[in-house]
Design a binder for this molecule. Structure first.
Ligand code: GDD
Ligand code: MN
Length: 393
């Protein structure tokens, strides 16, 4: 890009204005494929935050549409714009946490970059925080006076409402919209507990509420949840599931990594499906096989093969939709590649499982104990490898 003298003059003006007043507010904007929304977002922040010394931090997960490049080129014209480009990582919550930890501003806000959140609320939130009256200000899609018409998806509105009620039970704080992605707090409040936040998924506000030891005094602002300006949502269909993640985190998180617990749950469902398919094949075709030369074994091998493929595919789809919803593989190519990698991983897992359990039986372990150890080994193997290779990028 080329920087014109006007751009330069403008950059100098902004820098001078900023230098005359210490930084007051950082606005963290996690982005994934939001290139077309950035420039207009900075314009809106500039208008909404007149008289405030602010910076905007885009935390971009190396979006293929070149969001980071766009953020950097905006930054050359306006030094209040910053960009963190994360390589090899995905996830709204962890992006928000990194953005919030990266600023020197005493107050920090998180909001979506797609224009669904109204920046006009920022000065009101800032007043609530700097007055010392509140520890947390946030925008609610369900507060009195809020509207969510732009969603055009009544099912999602309902799902969120239901989800929120459970979330409130979990955190013990009564908010109308604990899943909101638009909030503000003192940076030091966040920093004190940042190391205890899970960073999985997108329930960052919920995470903060559930993690801090002293209850926060919360100010709620009704939000008119606008339609997305450009691009598409990355978070649809995962709202209800975020609770399962939240519950796991809260109850098991200290003992078992949440992602592994989810992976294990999916694996358990897969095992049930495997047995069902096997029983079905034996039941339906067992009699036909009985007529052939190798009756019992042939039926069993056929049943096992079909069951394994069905269960493995089911596990792949469920893990992709849920366990790795924040890094979901999309499109025909990536899905087929992911499926093949997952199949390969599971095949090796199976060999490890059978090999290890057989060895254990030989040295005197009870059959079932050996089988269980084999299953645990294979699960850890499957998780470690697919976590790195299937959903690692
Ligand atoms: N860095 C990063 N990494 N940013 C992401 C990622 C990611 O993996 N996924 C989404 N984002 C960014 C988007 O670019 C956008 O700026 C913001 O996070 C929200 O993502 P959307 O894809 O627009 O989410 P939504 O509008 O469907 O979801 C809304 O409701 C959720 C709760 O139901 C948002 O308001 C969320 O913030 C909110 O948690
Ligand atoms: Mn959105």
């Amino acid at each position: 890009m080329t920087i014109t003298p006007t751009d330069l003059a403008q950059a100098v003006d902004v820098a001078a204005a900023q230098a005359s007043k210490p930084l007051e507010l950082a606005v963290v904007l996690p982005t994934y494929n939001e290139r077309k929304n950035l420039a207009t977002m900075i314009d809106r922040l500039d208008k909404a935050l007149k008289g405030v010394s602010w910076e905007a931090i885009f935390v971009d997960d190396n979006s293929p549409d070149g969001t980071s490049d766009e953020a950097r080129s905006l930054s050359l014209r306006d030094p209040r714009v910053r960009c963190i480009q994360r390589i090899g990582r995905r996830g709204l919550a962890s992006a928000a946490i990194e953005g919030m930890c990266s600023t020197a501003a005493p107050v920090v806000a998180v909001m979506d970059a797609d224009h669904q959140h109204d920046p006009e609320l920022l000065p009101l939130m800032l007043k609530a925080i700097t007055s010392g009256e509140y520890d947390l200000a946030y925008a609610s899609r369900f507060a009195e006076g809020a509207s969510t018409e732009a969603w055009g998806r009544p099912d999602r509105v309902k799902a969120s409402g239901f989800a929120n009620r459970i979330a409130n039970k979990v955190t013990g704080v009564d908010l109308t919209d604990p899943m909101s992605g638009f909030f503000m707090l003192q940076t030091k409040t966040l920093r004190a507990d940042a190391h205890r936040l899970s960073g999985v998924g997108f329930k960052i506000l919920l995470d903060i509420l559930a993690t801090v030891d002293t209850p926060l005094r919360v100010k709620e602002f009704p939000l008119n949840f606008a339609a997305r300006a450009e691009g598409e949502s990355k978070l649809d269909r995962t709202v209800v599931f975020e609770f399962l993640v939240g519950l796991y985190d809260k109850w098991l998180g200290r003992f078992i990594p949440t992602r592994f617990a989810l992976f294990g749950t999916v694996g358990g469902l897969g095992a049930v499906l495997h047995m069902t398919v096997l029983a079905l094949v034996l039941h339906l075709f067992g009699a036909d096989f009985a007529m052939s030369h190798y009756p019992k074994e042939a039926a069993f091998i056929t049943g096992q093969t079909i069951a394994a493929i069905v269960a493995m595919t089911f596990n792949f789809v469920l893990n992709n939709e849920l366990t790795y919803a924040d890094k979901r593989l999309r499109g025909f190519g990536p899905l087929v590649r992911g499926w093949a990698q997952f199949a390969l991983t599971c095949a090796f897992g199976m060999i490890a499982n059978i090999g290890a359990s057989t060895a254990l039986v030989r040295i005197g372990f009870h059959d079932y104990a050996a089988a269980i150890i084999g299953i645990v080994l294979a699960s850890v193997w499957n998780f470690a490898l697919s976590n790195k290779f299937v959903w690692g990028k």
